[in-house]
Unconditional design. Structure first.
Length: 269
């Protein structure tokens, strides 16, 4: 069953897997079948490493058919990205502030649709944006069946599958820049010694990539991710809450590192 309000389809029936009871800090996921006019279908899975208060109502998922030529959306995308006619779908995940949802680490967003086809090195990507803000690539895995894509976040908002013709080199450099900016923006939340370690690992990864040592750059990014995980919850804040009163710094850094790693492996393959 679904209900249409102002063009949005609010998902009110889903298949649940590994749902912890309210108040438990355990892994959990919600699987949501999406069915829209015109034969547009997909499966959306949102999963967590550690979550409390997880329910469909508390997750706040809505989906909307959009026009691939919607100027309001296209201006929020890079000039190299477009909305595929086969899957013109905008997903919004906005947990209500009163719902009590809270998670540690990253939230993993996965979409699987038969309306798109996977081919190796496909330009199809998962993009995310704050409400009304610019979209950016968060892809950390793609695969067949007919098309599967996942990305991770240290929070939520809007999601689109797009055709992104940005060169792999440009995508990698942009993701290095975004990750470095995340470190800068959240510097006050990370102890100096840990921040310096992360900065050195990220700089080493970029230097190795610019020297053509992509495999070494991937290794450096893995070190960066391991350092973030090692210090998550102690030196680096790693909690997101529906009240929006905390910044999940570790989740943001890990999500940025995971999508950077994906683009590096695309170059290396």
């Amino acid at each position: 069953m679904s209900r249409i309000i102002r063009g949005w389809v609010l998902v009110v029936l889903g298949l649940f897997a590994a749902l912890p009871a309210a108040g438990q800090g355990a892994a959990g996921a919600i699987d949501l079948p999406i069915s829209l006019p015109g034969g547009i279908t997909a499966d959306l899975t949102v999963s967590f490493e550690s979550v409390t208060g997880l329910s469909l109502a508390n997750l706040g998922v809505a989906v909307q058919l959009i026009s691939p030529n919607d100027p309001g959306l296209l201006t929020r995308l890079p000039g190299t990205a477009s909305i595929p006619a086969g899957f013109p779908v905008l997903v919004r995940i906005e947990p209500p502030a009163s719902g009590g949802l809270s998670f540690n680490g990253i939230a993993l967003i996965q979409l699987h649709t038969h309306n798109l086809q996977y081919v190796p090195h496909t330009p199809l990507r998962l993009f995310a944006a704050p409400l009304g803000g610019a979209f950016a690539d968060i892809t950390d895995a793609t695969g067949a069946g007919s098309y599967r894509v996942s990305g991770s976040k240290g929070g939520f908002s809007e999601f689109l599958i797009v055709v992104d013709l940005t060169s792999l080199n440009r995508a990698v450099l942009d993701k290095f820049d975004r990750l470095r900016q995340l470190l800068t923006d959240n510097a006050d939340a990370i102890p100096g010694a840990v921040r310096n370690e992360l900065s050195l690992e990220l700089a080493a990864a970029r230097a190795d990539y610019l020297q053509g040592n992509t495999e070494d750059a991937i290794h450096d990014v893995d070190l960066f991710l391991a350092t973030v995980r090692q210090h998550s919850g102690t030196d680096i804040p790693d909690v997101w809450r529906a009240a929006r009163d905390l910044v999940d710094v570790a989740g943001l850094l890990r999500a940025g590192g995971r999508t950077l790693r994906f683009s590096l492996t695309e170059i290396d393959s």
